[in-house]
Design a protein around this ligand. Structure first.
Ligand SMILES: [Zn+2]
Length: 1218
């Protein structure tokens, strides 16, 4: 329904009653709809559309002679005395605003057609669609009208009475509304329902007298109000912008009564300036053309409405979901309606004013976040936690004993609030004490028990009655309550514990604490004492400073300033550092300088201060105090770490690489902990597991590549950045000679071991005397040194490295390993196990011992024995059977001199019983065997020269992934998906019939998605990119027929429409996505564009089509709203990746989008017109290309990429280089 021209141009004042009846659909102000309360007889019938205006006028004084409606504000007629509003008057604004705020949440309770009483003087009843929800009785022209003609707050209804003839009357303080139902039954049903809702409302209002705000208090909720002209309306309307809605009232009086015409949900709105004073509010249903009194006014209105739109778009999801629980709809502390803030550790929803005071309590007591603005904080778990705990459960504990004299209301002053909140949360004065209160051990024990159950209330009570959140559980597997909760699968307990990791226990403080200034954004830390100090520097401290270079200074940390004085009697400091200027704090390792403990303070202006202390304990106190004083409260989690370096840095990462953000970083051991912007949690980055660590530019950007994520840390300032770079590089390398100190793979095997095993597997399985023959000593030494220094950067290449050198390197690594592979503690037990005569008993003893090894040792042992198991399979060629291998590896792994035969026995047993001891399943075995077979075939081929060395053998499935359907296919560099498909079909003697669209699919098991390869796509590059969770399968493409029909029938080659969009958590694994959202998409031949909505002018996002990979399907874990979805991968030229999801409403829609994607990406053809040609030419092509060197299977990613890319584009260019 869009406002028609007729409506726009109508002269309402002159329109006759009859005309109006049949009038345009666009009018919203209803004919008069209420009987005057006074019952004073109506003097005259009014023929204006706005007869009700007349009515109001009528109510207060006689209608003007012309019968017109004069209800503008500047009416000369005497105004009635302003109605008085007691604070508990049900019709007050506050109630109406509260009601509207939750209107969206309120489902319709009853709806139906009713006749509304005729306007004054008429006898014709008006048929209206009447809707009742918990907040409003509204009526509409029609069933589908989005905008009512009237809304009457339920809270303003005082009575409903039956008045005969199927009629009933809805009575409010000021107006009565008469409706007529079609039958007595219907009428009685309406009366009953209305009465019930009104009763419920009243009892609720009694429970919370606090809702009734004064008018002043409530105006907080209104962003802008005043008179505006609305096209189609003779008189100005009173318009109110409040939160995410715009309300239309006939006049200010109606506004105060709460009875309005309609309200507009701004999540669908769009505001556009039209001329000097005019602007349009556009919704999908109607255009509201407003005109303000001045251009200044207009700008204010436009701004207010635009803000309302952004609020509507931002708040809807989280706030509404939190408010689903009744108790969360009112501030936990003062009872204000519509609270849109929360304390995420206390799990209470609070109003803005209380939130301000909460903040003053400090993050140790309460962590304040907005439901609307801090969206990223709101994970599924946290929202669920607010459903489970929320205001109801929280207050049962925190507000169990509040004396009425101390309770606060929405009108309380900020001082009253502060007093109350300090008593409630800081002192815990009104708590319901846990029976175990005061008994620390019992509390802790009870906490460990509670977190394994779903009883969150118990955990809350224990935690805030003194149980230690990090208490020792006595269970080495799960040392903390958090680990216990995790083991028990109690996600919400985990969430609750996490948010309270740094919470302070409530305690009664001695005197005067309430008068502290709470407005400081950073916790005010006070610390003082003597420190040794050197003059500040502009360069990194590269040399050891002797004790004589330090001077003793009296230092104080107070009110955000670190000052140093000549001595403790001086009043004037020698100098000072503002904590807000501190960017980094470094804890040097002991004895770095001539004073035992030293630390460095870096400030924004590229200077550093070196301080020292003889006592490590005092130094630690200083470090903690300084860190606490400058680290942003949102990064407070970092303070609990035993960091060697902490500070803020600029970074880029995730989906938005345009803007650098500020994050807080702490380095502890080999883990870099990061608090990203907008993120609540700190994220640990395992530096030893990085795939890449490099510096770009002239020491400008540090690039950290983890599996599936890339983080760019920027050198905003040189001094502290260089320090970070060195520290991170050091932490990312091996730190010692034990296993766990090495750089590791994802599966916890030292990278060094992985590299060597890989190389031997590729090149040395058949090498005679492998592991027995010694390599060149000098080469082994230097290789081991290189690998130990940074295995990440070492690539072992055939030709460059000799098999025996590598084998020897691996052996030497194990022989020199600190603590040994079997550990000193358990080594003897392993050796003793060989004495067990019963085979089964021995195996189970090995298995038990395996379980006692540290994770890294266990993973490494398995990788090594697996490797040796493979090696002995080739003993016919390499002469190394299990026994021979055991002789070599026994003394190496047990680091014995070779005289203890038991060491060899252990290794021999481990290899012989590899499958049993390591619990290897058939599938795993099969896969390994296949891999070996493929490698062997390849090598055989290479050495005999009968086959192309460039061929790569891979497993392809027919129709589905199962062993019987496996085919091992040699993939030449030139092979296309179509050729591969034929190859498989040929082998299985399957004849391709017409309209059997056999294709090759790439299936990604992890994403539960698949992608049909385009027939012309080269397979080899795809194989190289396949992860371990992916495989190729040849099967029929069921939707091809339909896609072809669709493409043939459509006009133009783009597609647009709505789809549901969801972003993957960003690349750093942070910022949980909040689900699927409707977005508008346009796909043309070059780009896919995303718009917030249909009418948006600027795309919110835009991706070049060539950089997209579109998969059918979405993993179930993400709970896609329909079963027709895509998973889309995006990768730009810099190899930065994104991943997101799209969902269509129907299968046809999905097919059309997918067809369009394929069409655009492949320049038209989806299916080859003449398949036979391709088949015929294949053999010819092969011979033409001849021998192509093996694509390096190892090598860094970009090397692989460029060589694969070269293949994919033009195989001939590569040939020229051969
Ligand atoms: Zn409040």
């Amino acid at each position: 329904m869009v406002l028609g021209a007729a409506t726009d141009d109508s002269d309402y004042e002159d329109s006759t009653w009859e005309e109006e009846l049949a009038g345009p659909a666009g009018d919203m102000a209803d004919k008069e709809d209420a009987e005057p309360v006074t019952g004073r007889p109506r003097s005259q019938r009014v023929n204006s559309l706005f007869s009700e205006d007349e009515l109001i006028e009528d109510y207060y004084n006689a209608p003007p002679a012309n019968g017109g409606s004069v209800w503008s504000d500047n009416s000369p007629s005497p105004r009635p005395p302003a109605p008085t509003f007691s604070s508990s008057s049900p019709g007050t604004l506050s109630d109406s605003m509260e009601g509207t705020a939750t209107a969206q949440l309120s489902p319709t309770i009853k709806a139906g057609w009713l006749d509304k009483n005729p306007p004054q003087g008429s006898y014709i009843y008006q048929r209206r669609w009447v809707k009742l929800d918990a907040d409003y009785l509204r009526y509409f022209d029609g069933e589908k009208d989005p905008y009512s003609k009237r809304f009457i707050p339920v809270s303003s209804i005082s009575r409903i009475t039956s008045i005969g003839d199927q009629k009933f009357e809805v009575i409010t303080n000021n107006r009565n509304f008469v409706f007529r139902a079609e039958s007595d039954v219907d009428r009685n049903e309406w009366i009953r329902t209305l009465q019930q809702i009104v009763e419920e409302r009243k009892s609720k209002a009694l429970e919370r007298t606090s809702i009734s705000l004064t008018i002043n208090g409530a105006t907080d909720l209104v962003d802008k109000s005043g008179f505006l002209e609305l096209r189609g309306f003779k008189h100005k309307l009173f318009v109110v912008v409040a939160g995410d809605k715009v309300f239309l009232y006939k006049n200010a009086e109606d506004y105060r009564l709460g009875i309005g015409i309609t309200y507009i949900e701004m999540n669908l709105g769009n505001v556009k300036e039209v001329d000097r004073r005019g602007f349009d509010l556009t919704t999908p249903y109607r255009i509201f053309s407003f005109s303000a009194d001045s251009d200044q006014e207009k700008e204010e209105w436009v701004e207010a409405m635009q803000q309302s739109i952004s609020e509507a778009l931002s708040n809807s999801e989280v706030a509404e979901r939190i408010w689903l629980v009744e108790s969360n709809r009112f501030c936990a502390d003062c009872g204000s309606p519509k609270p849109d803030w929360a304390s995420i550790n206390l799990c209470v929803v609070i109003c803005k004013r209380c939130a301000g005071e909460h903040r003053g309590l400090g993050p140790g007591i309460t962590k304040v976040r907005s439901l609307k603005m801090d969206r990223k904080v709101w994970t599924e778990e946290l929202i669920e936690l607010f459903h489970q705990i929320g205001n109801a459960v929280a207050n049962q504990f925190w507000a169990a004993n509040v004396p009425p004299s101390e309770a606060i209301t929405p009108t309380s002053s900020s001082q009253e609030r502060r007093h109350f909140l300090i008593a409630k949360y800081r002192e815990g004065k009104y708590r319901r004490y846990h029976p175990l209160f005061g008994n620390q051990e019992e509390l802790n024990r009870a906490l460990c028990a509670a977190v394994t159950t779903s009883d969150l209330a118990e955990t809350q009570a224990l935690l805030f009655c003194g149980a230690a959140v990090n208490c020792a559980t006595g269970d080495p597997q799960c040392p903390t309550p958090l680990a216990l909760a995790e083991k028990s699968g109690q996600r919400l307990q985990m969430e609750f514990l996490l948010h309270n990791k740094t919470s302070e226990m409530p305690r009664l403080e001695v005197g005067g604490s309430e008068e502290k200034p709470y407005s400081v954004p950073l916790p005010s830390v006070t610390h003082n004492g003597f420190l040794y100090k050197t003059p500040s520097m502009a360069k990194p401290v590269s040399e050891r400073k002797g004790q004589e270079e330090f001077s003793r200074r009296w230092c104080t940390l107070q009110d955000g300033i670190l000052s140093y004085y000549e001595n403790d009697r001086n009043a004037v400091p020698n100098g000072e550092i503002k904590v807000e200027e501190i960017v980094c704090l470094v804890n040097n390792s002991p004895h770095t300088h001539g004073i035992e403990s030293t630390f460095e303070v870096y400030i924004e202006t590229e200077r550093l201060y070196l301080f020292g202390l003889e006592s490590p304990d005092s130094a630690r106190e200083w470090l903690k105090s300084i860190a606490k004083s400058f680290v942003h409260p949102r990064a407070e989690e970092l303070l609990a770490l035993d960091f060697e370096r902490i500070g803020r840095l600029h970074y880029k990462g995730g989906l938005n690489l345009e803007r650098a953000k500020e994050g807080w970083f702490a380095l502890a051991g080999s883990v870099l902990h990061v608090c990203f912007e907008d993120s609540e949690r700190q994220e640990p980055l395992q530096l030893r597991k990085l795939q890449e660590l490099s510096i770009q530019g002239d020491n400008e950007v540090l690039v950290l590549v983890e599996r599936r994520r890339t983080l760019y840390i920027q050198g905003e300032r040189k001094l502290d950045f260089l320090g970070w770079v060195h520290a991170i590089q050091k932490a990312a390398g091996s730190s010692g000679d034990t296993l766990s100190e090495q750089q590791l793979t994802e599966s916890d095997v030292p990278l060094l071991v992985d590299r060597c095993i890989d190389y031997i597997t590729q090149c040395g399985l058949t090498s005679e005397g492998i592991y027995r023959k010694s390599g060149q000593n000098s080469k082994t030494t230097s290789l081991l040194e290189m690998l130990r220094r940074d295995a990440r950067s070492v690539r072992l290449k055939e030709g460059e490295h000799q098999v025996d050198d590598v084998a020897n390197t691996l052996k030497r690594f194990f022989r020199d390993l600190g603590d040994g592979l079997f550990t000193r503690q358990w080594g003897q037990d392993w050796l003793r196990a060989t004495a067990l005569e019963d085979e089964e008993a021995k195996i189970s003893e090995y298995r038990r011992l395996l379980g006692t090894l540290p994770t890294v040792n266990r993973a490494t042992l398995k990788a090594l024995i697996n490797h040796l198991f493979r090696v002995q399979r080739f003993s016919a060629e390499n002469q190394m059977n299990t026994h021979n291998l055991a002789i070599v590896f026994g003394p190496t792994l047990f680091q014995t001199d070779g005289k203890d035969y038991k060491a060899g026995r252990v290794v021999e047993d481990l290899i012989s019983h590899y499958v049993k001891i390591f619990n290897v399943n058939d599938q795993e075995m099969k896969k390994q065997q296949d891999e070996i077979m493929a490698i062997m075939k390849m090598r055989e081929a290479a050495s005999s020269g009968t086959q192309q060395a460039g061929d790569f053998i891979c497993t392809v499935y027919l129709e589905e992934k199962k062993t019987e359907a496996e085919q091992h296919v040699k993939i030449p560099a030139t092979m296309t998906a179509e050729e591969l498909t034929f190859e498989i079909l040929d082998r299985r003697k399957i004849v391709m019939k017409e309209k059997d669209y056999w294709s090759c699919f790439e299936v990604n098991e992890r994403e539960e998605a698949e992608r049909p390869l385009h027939y012309s796509e080269k397979v080899l590059p795809i194989l190289h990119c396949l992860g371990t969770e992916s495989y190729l399968v040849v099967k029929k493409q069921m939707s091809m027929e339909n896609m072809l029909i669709y493409l043939a029938s459509r006009v133009g080659d783009c597609k647009h429409g709505m789809m549901k969009f969801r972003e993957e958590r960003n690349l750093l694994g942070l910022g949980l996505s909040t689900g699927f959202h409707d977005r508008y998409f346009i796909l043309n031949s070059t780009c896919l564009r995303l718009y917030k909505e249909v009418r948006s002018h600027k795309p919110e996002k835009e991706w070049p089509v060539r950089n997209l990979k579109v998969y059918l399907g979405i993993k179930k874990k993400l709970r896609p709203p329909t079963c027709w979805g895509f998973t889309v991968f995006y990768e730009n030229e810099k190899h930065e990746k994104q991943q997101w999801y799209l969902c269509c409403d129907t299968q046809a829609d999905l097919r059309e989008w997918f067809a369009t994607f394929l069409h655009v990406q492949n320049g038209g053809a989806l299916w080859p017109s003449e398949t036979s040609k391709v088949r015929a030419s294949r053999s010819q092509q092969d011979s033409r290309l001849g021998n192509i060197s093996l694509i390096p299977l190892r090598g860094n990613e970009s090397e692989m990429r460029s060589s694969v890319a070269a293949f994919a584009t033009d195989p001939l260019t590569l040939l020229r280089n051969v």
